[in-house]
Design a protein. Structure first.
Length: 147
């Protein structure tokens, strides 16, 4: 009886391990890269507590670049400064076509949680020294009762 129990429990487990392919490589290699921002559509001012849709236009360098989303980080000494990098996945293929003038537009929703002026620094490429460059937008927060 013990041998039967061992076969019923252990054998399926061993078969499961044998059937697993730990090499999940499907042959597609890719990496992540920041896209350069061309422009963004911010309002002239924010109202505290509201949510805004911010459209961002970026360069798409090649047919192998696929927009994935935005990387946000708080920077500076305040709660209202944000550095934003649009992120793309880049598929490593030999038949990628360069797209020197193609742009894509995506958006993010932004909720106004503080009453100070917001500063948005959107990645726009690197200079000749390799330093990141940014387009900076400053958006004041107004109180709707004072308008």
């Amino acid at each position: 009886m013990k041998k039967l129990l061992i076969y019923i429990v252990v054998l399926p487990f061993l078969l499961t391990l044998h059937g697993c392919d730990l090499n999940d490589d499907d042959g597609v290699d890719y990496y992540f890269e920041a896209l350069e921002v061309v422009s963004a559509d911010f309002p002239e001012s924010f109202e505290f507590g509201k949510i805004y849709r911010i459209d961002v236009t970026m360069l798409r360098p090649s047919t192998c670049h696929y927009f994935e989303g935005f990387d946000f980080s708080r920077t500076g000494d305040t709660n209202t400064e944000r550095t934003i990098y649009p992120i793309s996945s880049v598929v490593e293929r030999t038949n990628c076509e360069e797209l020197p003038e193609e742009t894509i537009t995506s958006f993010f929703d932004f909720e106004v949680l503080f009453t100070d002026t917001y500063v948005f620094k959107l990645y726009s490429g690197t200079d000749t020294s390799g330093e990141d460059q940014f387009i900076v937008y400053e958006v004041p927060v107004v109180n709707p009762q004072t308008n």
